[in-house]
Design a protein around this ligand. Structure first.
Ligand code: AMP
Ligand code: GLY
Length: 459
């Protein structure tokens, strides 16, 4: 079968890598892909921006003409899902793994997500939504203790402020609602109770349609647990980032907590998707806080997490392409997932200056022989130089050279029987990588590395 992966990040490289491992997959077309997928086994990039939805649809249609009928498309990031790319591709008769627009609202609008959680009895933080700035401020002043201010819309990780005091919360509300720092994403805000505990990410496959629900085949199948490390520096210090690394499975999830996640979060979510008659065939990400009163849902993402995917997919022993196909066909209950024992650690290397401004175009070298057979490098923000022809004198552009294009440049992923073994292998692989100003946390996967004692440090 032929597969297409849409997106440009490390998550998409990991998805393409997992698909390419399947003996059933002959080709993985990446739109636009990155400098990793440009040279990966079975992979080929098509340089179309994900933002150009009509061009993406046209390219998918052209690629899928005459492809085997089992072929399919996987959409990685949230923006195209929120814009209805899955609907557009399905309208063309193509098989897609990705939430349709109405389901994607669960991530694209925090207010929609909170209403869904409350309507369907999903265990979550208490909250209220405001479209009037005076009302929002009155709510903050009425709360005792810290609150969390969330912009309603998609804000690329910049829409949440964990506020230790009312002053910080009010500033966030004014930034979002009056100064429009996030544009239309901040027109409404959700004010949420602050929850203390350890975060865990649970990624899952979803296959829900009204027809599958009628046949009793609608399902959500969770993957192994994972934990992102959002702060920039070791010991969970410094500003929040898009994710400095992940470990899977996450520590601290007892059988009792997991059972409560299933009964108080996963099952009501499934029943909610069914009751709302959604067509949702793709992935879902439960962002949880494990509090002393049990797990609480902080957010849904309607996609796989980044960098969690880079730590979760290497642990999958069964065929990822078969899983994707079963999501589309509504057979995930009959398609058992097999997970490797042990752990996977995926530290991320970032550019100097990230998450602030950072230089681009710096050459990245990877000593492939030192990466080790038990590790993989997943490229995120790096592309291949494309300049063709003989190099001019004084011209240091080497065709095919990997150069940085983003803040998060790559992740090294490695599995091991223990956390320590996975960490040793992953960090050994990272030592084979070099670029000017390369920075990474050294404590990904260590106990407590994702828990911050300082409420205000990230804001
Ligand atoms: P979200 O996009 O809703 O997951 O929020 C981003 C990050 O903000 C989460 O990963 C948490 O670290 C933090 N956060 C969100 N909601 C809360 C909450 N109610 N209590 C404490 N921290 C939160
Ligand atoms: N790692 C969190 C996310 O993908 O949003």
């Amino acid at each position: 079968m032929k597969t297409i992966v849409i997106g440009t990040g490390g998550r998409e490289h990991a998805i393409a890598w997992a698909l390419a491992k399947s003996p059933l997959v002959t080709e993985v077309v990446c739109i636009p892909g990155n400098g990793g997928t440009a040279v990966a086994d079975k992979c080929r990039n098509i340089g179309i921006s994900v933002a150009e939805i009509a061009d993406v649809v046209a390219a998918c249609k052209a690629e899928m003409t005459n492809a085997p009928p089992s072929s399919f498309i996987v959409i990685g990031p949230e923006d195209p899902l929120a814009q209805g790319l899955a609907d557009r591709l399905a309208d063309e008769g193509l098989s897609v793994v990705g939430a349709k627009r109405r389901a994607a609202e669960l991530e694209a609008s925090k207010d929609t997500a909170k209403r869904f959680m409350s309507r369907h009895g999903v265990a979550c933080a208490k909250s209220a939504t405001f479209s009037d700035v005076t009302d929002a401020i009155a709510e903050i002043n009425a709360c005792s203790g810290p609150v969390v201010v969330k912009a309603d819309g998609l804000a690329a990780g910049k829409g949440v402020v964990v506020a230790p005091d009312a002053e910080t919360a009010i500033r966030a509300v004014r930034d979002f609602m009056v100064d429009n720092t996030l544009g239309s994403a901040g027109r409404k805000v959700v004010i949420e109770e602050y929850l203390e505990g350890e975060e865990v990410s649970i990624l899952a496959a979803v296959s829900v349609t009204p027809e599958l629900a009628k046949a009793g085949k609608a399902a959500i199948v969770p993957f192994v647990t994972a934990r992102d490390h959002k702060r920039l520096r070791d010991g969970a210090e410094g500003p929040n980032t898009g994710g400095m690394g992940a470990i899977a499975p996450a520590s601290g999830i007892s059988a009792e907590v997991y059972e409560r996640f299933r009964s108080e979060i996963l099952e009501p979510t499934l029943q909610g998707l069914i009751a709302d008659e959604l067509d949702y065939r793709g992935f879902i990400f439960f962002g949880l806080m494990v509090t002393k009163n049990g797990p609480r849902l902080l957010e849904y993402n309607v996609r796989l997490g980044d960098p969690e995917t880079q730590a979760v997919l290497p642990l999958l022993d069964s065929d990822f392409a078969v899983l994707c196909r079963s999501i589309i066909d509504g057979t995930i209950c009959e398609t058992p997932l097999v997970w490797k024992d042990g752990f996977c650690c995926a530290p991320v290397a970032v550019s100097r200056g990230y998450p602030g401004s950072y230089p681009k175009g710096l050459p990245v070298t990877i000593d492939e022989t030192s990466v080790g057979p038990d590790a993989a490098i997943f490229i995120a923000g790096a592309a291949r130089n494309r300049r063709e022809g003989p190099s001019r004198q004084g011209d240091d552009v080497v065709p095919g050279q990997l150069v940085t294009t983003g803040g998060r440049v790559l992740a090294a992923s490695a599995c091991g029987a223990t956390v320590e073994e996975a960490r040793t292998r992953a960090y050994r692989a990272l030592e084979a990588v070099s670029f000017e100003g390369m920075f990474y946390r050294k404590d990904i996967g260590l106990p407590g590395a994702a828990v911050s004692g300082n409420l205000s440090a990230g804001n």
